[in-house]
Every structure is written in C-alpha cells, then in structure tokens.
Design a protein around this ligand. Structure first.
Ligand SMILES: [Zn+2]
Length: 121
C-alpha cells in the first residue's frame, strides 16, 4: 500500500539499473497533491539519479543536479495543454523551482538552489 494516492516510490528509482532510490517523501507529498489538483496523469521520466547515471551524456544532468539528492522529478509533458495543467498545479501546491523542457517538466525542492525560479532548456 503506497503512502501516495498517485505514485509508487519505485517509479522514482534510478533508471540505470543500479537500484538507487533516495527520493524525498516531502517531494512525493507535494507531487501527489499537484497531481490531484491537475486532473491529468503525471508520468515520471526521472526521479533519483546516481552519480554515474547523472553524468551519462545522454541524460544531460547538471553536475550538482537535484536528482542526485532525490529532490527532483521530471514529469512527461508533450503538449502545451499538458504543460499548462502540470505547471499550474505545481505552482498551486508551492513548488518554487520549475524547469520547462521540450518533452517534460522538471520540479524540485532542493533547498540549496535558488528559489522562485522557472527556467527553460
Ligand atoms: Zn543509477
């Protein structure tokens, strides 16, 4: 039985096969709330990343990525409408770090990084 209505913790395991999952419960609490408000599916492209996977050139991870610390999720979003629904719900539940990319929305709660920021690819 998952603690969250819309997510299972293992959706946030590192994708390289290493099995690492340090995803933050506080992040999942906020994502679950946002997913509820949005009314659209949140498909998770990335959660935890180990150092090795984050440094894979195909992953394009920042050297000090919030994904390393389990503070970040990338939510698949292909259309402008999906992006709007996801971003507006993230803002409503108090996310203050949002990245807008071609095929996904990044949201994180990394306290060591600048707050109240939206960036693009
Ligand atoms: Zn890994």
């Amino acid at each position: 039985m998952s603690k969250w209505k819309y997510f299972k913790k293992d959706e946030f395991t590192c994708k390289c096969g290493c099995g690492l999952n340090n995803i933050s419960d506080a992040l999942l609490d906020k994502l679950d709330e946002a997913r509820d408000i949005s009314g659209v599916p949140f498909s998770i492209n990335a959660g935890t990343r180990c150092k090795k996977h984050n440094s894979d050139p195909n992953v394009k991870g920042e050297p000090d990525s919030a994904h390393l610390y389990g503070y970040a999720a990338d939510i698949s979003a292909k259309t402008s409408q999906q992006k709007f629904a996801i971003i507006s719900s993230l803002l409503k539940v108090g996310f203050v770090r949002i990245g807008v990319y071609d095929t996904f929305i990044h949201a994180d709660i990394d306290p060591k990084k600048p707050q109240n920021v939206v960036w693009d690819d």
